[in-house]
Design a protein around this ligand. Structure first.
Ligand code: NCD
Length: 339
């Protein structure tokens, strides 16, 4: 895809060379993301984050990534504090905010709304999650995590064996990640979910048609055995028509240290888009794994910074100018970022 000036709404826009490009730029961004170098390449540029659903890391990491490039951010969170609560249309909001910002990130509970917003916008729009639809920047940072955890070669992503666990029906991160891994060769997908929460048929068909191996199971141990990567997700209670229906699936799967050591191969990478539901009734990824070297979740969340910096640089067309406008950071982070 031509990144400069483009909206980024879906993984469907990407090809394999696009992924190479994003990762090359992201690696170039790492010293800036780690607070070792600073740049003002996006000085005076404005990012507007419009988040109409709960978020911690996505909103903050989009903002932090933009600030690390020298830009500034404006945020609005929740319908109740936006003019949509007064009946304003997507079209009007999009046109108005286009006049204030150079790029807009939108998260919305209704699938397809971010695209509608982009169609009305005059500046690039990035999908920060549209209901159960997609979360394409999360998928890129997930893949970047897999790539780094497995030694830093995209060729090694071919043939990857990944188990996705949990609410695969409503989870937009697993939808985007399935699309992204379907661009590689010979991926072995194991979708571990109760029947009611299995991966949508269309994505299973896409993976199968692409020559990948797809196994559907509701048995966690079967899913975990032989996986290179286990990607655990939360039950998306907010997507159920009757939220009480989510109750019966809460706590259905729980990956603990004991289970990991019993079933997984040594070195199996544990991922989760976060937030994990740490309530005892849910606990899909147990805190007893917190110090386990294969638990990549905090490195994964940090990888959102270089990936989002790369996307902003590419979309705003400054990826070649970052080095020229940079210098050592005068401050030092006490804990190395991204570890
Ligand atoms: C995810 C999301 O919002 O889809 N969170 C995130 O952006 N990292 C996953 C979730 O909410 O379960």
């Amino acid at each position: 895809m031509e990144f400069k000036g483009a909206h980024f709404i879906s993984i469907d826009q990407l090809s394999r060379p696009d992924i190479d490009l994003v990762f090359r730029v992201a690696e170039h961004m790492e010293p800036f993301a780690r607070r070792q170098r600073r740049t003002r390449v996006l000085g005076s540029a404005v990012l507007c984050n419009l988040f109409f659903e709960p978020s911690t890391r996505s909103r903050i990491s989009f903002g932090a990534a933009f600030c690390r490039l020298g830009g500034a951010t404006c945020d609005t969170t929740g319908f109740q504090f936006s003019s949509m609560a007064k009946g304003e249309s997507i079209f009007d909001t999009s046109r108005v905010v286009s006049g204030y910002a150079d790029v807009i990130v939108v998260r919305h509970p209704v699938e397809g709304t971010v695209r509608e917003f982009a169609n009305a916008a005059r500046v690039p729009v990035i999908n920060g999650g549209d209901g159960p639809g997609e979360h394409p920047t999360q998928a890129l940072l997930d893949l970047y995590t897999i790539y780094k955890e497995r030694g830093g070669s995209l060729a090694d992503v071919d043939g990857l064996s990944i188990a996705m666990v949990g609410d695969l029906r409503h989870g937009r991160t697993v939808h985007s990640l399935t699309k992204l891994l379907s661009l590689f060769r010979g991926t072995k997908f194991t979708f571990v979910a109760p029947d009611e929460l299995q991966m949508p048929e269309s994505l299973v068909e896409r993976a199968t048609a692409g020559g990948h191996t797809v196994t559907l199971t509701n048995d966690l141990k079967t899913g975990l055995a032989n996986a290179d990567v286990v990607y655990i997700t939360r039950i998306q209670q907010e997507r159920f028509t009757e939220p009480e229906d989510a109750e019966k699936f809460r706590g259905y799967y729980s990956v603990t240290k004991r289970l990991y050591e019993e079933v997984c191969r040594p070195g199996t990478v544990l991922m989760h888009p976060l937030p994990r539901d740490s309530r005892v009734i849910a606990n899909e990824l147990d805190p007893d794994l917190n110090d386990h070297p294969s638990l990549a979740i905090f490195r994964q969340a940090w990888n959102g910074i270089p990936i989002r910096m790369a996307l902003f640089a590419l979309i705003l067309g400054v990826e070649h100018e970052v080095g020229a406008s940079s210098e050592d950071a005068p401050w030092r982070a006490s804990v190395p970022a991204g570890t």
